[in-house]
Design a protein around this ligand. Structure first.
Ligand code: ADP
Length: 389
């Protein structure tokens, strides 16, 4: 039997799985999308990226997250009968103040992480459900929690705080920052292949359905555009990004909206979807001729550009930018819009390299790189380290 590590990233409507050998060779990836909807679908790919055969599935196979996980695991099991799962690593969006490194899941830890659910109500409960489902599916197998907030826990005070009375900071109302597993991967990729740049000042733009920017100084995160919740900073597929808190007060006072309704508005109906009125999906917006689609893309690019400028100020200069995430890795148009008129900062794009999604796309002093991120291998690596495999 080959010993293997399974990774799980359980979101609100999607599920990503990774299967690795103990020496961290990727064996397979799985992705279930649109859980709970009729169009729910599963994709499995092997180590060479080629699709793996999918089993017949029951009509309710993807009706809930637990059902989707069961279905995906059964599919993996059918394809990898000879594997023994020796660890399951989990993406957990919120580790709060106290959880700054990957660790083995215990009943006490689950309770502690459940207490953080109000800080990330749309993500944390799904992450914990994934952990509980994996404990049921693999009894006795160690489960490792890996936190999206952990990479940012070393932020200086000014990047960690809001200017509210201190009591709120003490209660945990802080800037946590997220997408830490992705930034961890980019940091390690830079350390390995671009040591000079790694030692310098780098802005990483993780642009997917969720989007944020992180400032790396010598490989350490010193600031993030995401703050207390997954709503801050850049606009995202369906999330508003940074908003004047006065807007929320207005919605409550004048529109009579309650917390649940505002939450739904800001998390699910805003961002690219809200502005375009068409879609939260960048590919759909790029293909659309509707001027509202172009405006939504322009707003997204403008906010990224502003955030890069702000991070350059936080870093005291800029040596490189890394684009990653589904949009960062694939959208030449978005990268071009972001980098237009940035010569003042030493940023210029090589248009041809950009069009080809090449790894190196900068043509001026600031290096501009496209590096596909890999949160799954960071989780597998962490599981191996925690368990000394
Ligand atoms: P998630 O946060 O769900 O992991 P991804 O990192 O997969 O999200 O990013 C999803 C986004 O990437 C979507 O908006 C999708 O349209 C966009 N995207 C993927 N491929 C392309 C492409 N070729 N061109 C433009 N956008 C793309």
């Amino acid at each position: 039997m080959t010993r293997a590590i399974l990774t799980l990233n359980s979101g609100s409507s999607s599920l990503k799985l990774g299967l690795f050998t103990e020496s961290l060779e990727m064996l397979a990836m799985g992705h279930v999308d649109r859980i709970g909807r009729r169009e729910a679908a599963m994709k499995l790919t092997g180590s060479n990226g080629a699709p793996l055969p999918l089993p017949e599935t029951a009509p309710d196979a993807f009706a809930t997250n637990a059902a989707a996980l069961k279905t995906a695991l059964a599919a993996f099991r059918a394809d990898f009968e000879q594997l023994e799962i020796v660890a399951v690593g989990h993406r957990v969006v919120h580790g709060g103040i106290n959880h700054a490194a990957p660790e083995e899941v215990t009943p006490a830890l689950i309770k502690d992480l459940a207490r953080l659910a109000p800080f990330a109500p749309l993500h944390q409960p799904h992450n914990l459900a994934g952990i509980r489902a994996a404990i049921d599916a693999f009894p006795g197998v160690p489960q490792i929690a890996c936190y999206d907030t952990a990479f940012h826990r070393g932020h200086p005070f000014v990047s960690d705080v809001y200017a509210l009375p201190r009591a709120y900071y003490d209660k945990g109302v802080r800037r946590y920052g997220f997408h830490g597993l992705s930034y961890d991967y980019i940091e390690s990729a830079l350390a390995r292949s671009e040591p000079d740049l790694h030692a310098g000042r780098v802005v990483v733009a993780h642009l997917g359905s969720g989007a944020s920017i992180c400032a790396l100084k010598g490989g350490k995160s010193i600031a993030s555009s995401l703050g207390f919740s997954a709503l801050d900073g850049l606009p995202m597929g369906t999330r508003s990004g940074e908003l004047d808190p006065g807007v929320v007060l207005y919605l409550m006072d004048q529109e009579g909206m309650g917390a649940a309704e505002i939450s739904d508005l800001l998390y699910k109906k805003s961002g690219l979807l809200g502005l375009s009125g068409i879609s939260n999906d960048m590919r759909t917006l790029e293909a659309s001729e509707d001027p509202h689609a172009a405006q939504a893309i322009a707003y997204f690019a403008f906010r990224i550009k502003r955030e890069i400028g702000a991070m350059a100020a936080a870093l005291g200069g800029l040596d490189g930018i890394v684009f990653c995430g589904g949009i960062g890795e694939n959208s030449a148009r978005l990268r071009a819009e972001v980098c237009t008129d940035m010569a003042w900062l030493g940023i210029d794009l090589d248009a041809e390299a950009n069009a080809q999604n090449a790894r190196e796309i900068g043509a001026d002093r600031v290096r501009v790189l496209v590096i596909p991120t890999n949160e799954e291998i960071i989780i597998a690596r962490a599981a191996r380290k925690v368990l000394c495999l």
